[in-house]
Design a protein around this ligand. Sequence first.
Ligand code: C5P
Length: 243
Amino acid sequence: MDQLLVALDVETGARALQLADLLRDLAGGFKVGSRLFTLEGPDLVRRLVDRGARVFLDLKFHDIPNTVAQAVEAAVQTGAWMVDVHASGGVPMMQAAARAGQEAAARVGRPAPLVVGITVLTSMDEAVLRETGVARPLVDQVVSLARMAHAAGLQGVVASPHETAAIRQACGSGFTIVTPGIRGAAAGGDRHDQTRTMGPAEAVRAGANFIVVGRPILAAPDPRAAAHAIADALAQAAGGPHE
Ligand code: C5P
């Protein structure tokens, strides 16, 4: 299922490659996050890309524009298909990231990566957000960051499925929305540390282009069966069975 991105939040590159092989026909891509990248480095991303996988390099860059631009350029060199930066880093930082993605891809003759902005982490609720000094309602903060990302030339954002409809309305149909925090029914009941959650089919119906699923697949007794159930739920939401 094109829309399902599996978060390879595992301890070793060997396990990540094993999972990628196991889930290849069920997933539209694989997400490499900070733990795996810190342990295994860009070589793992290249190995996944060499296997034909789309890789979302989820390192959530948040730094001064020049440093973020250089980091996005480095991500392009690994062959990453999608990368993310914190939208709260501001418009000039996101503009630099978008430009760096396009320029670096043109230099190596690859399609430009999707550069998406992190809005408010799906583990945060309104109380936690308020502690960071943001007094307005969470959905307003998410939509405001999404508008900034859109204006800065990013291709999309990462946000909880609860804010998808509001983002779609604010940023239009061409804007990519990636939603983690997928739980319930087909994706398992344990919410772990996620607070703003939704089921896979509901998330796509709400307007998500991609859903990111980690623990409901990785911690399942049979990860392939868990991924299959999610792919089926997505296919049903799209109006047909998987395969
Ligand atoms: O295990 P789970 O399904 O909660 O995994 C979600 C993945 O998405 C994790 O790798 C997490 O780091 C990532 N993520 C997130 N919220 C964001 C951005 C990324 O949960 N806003």
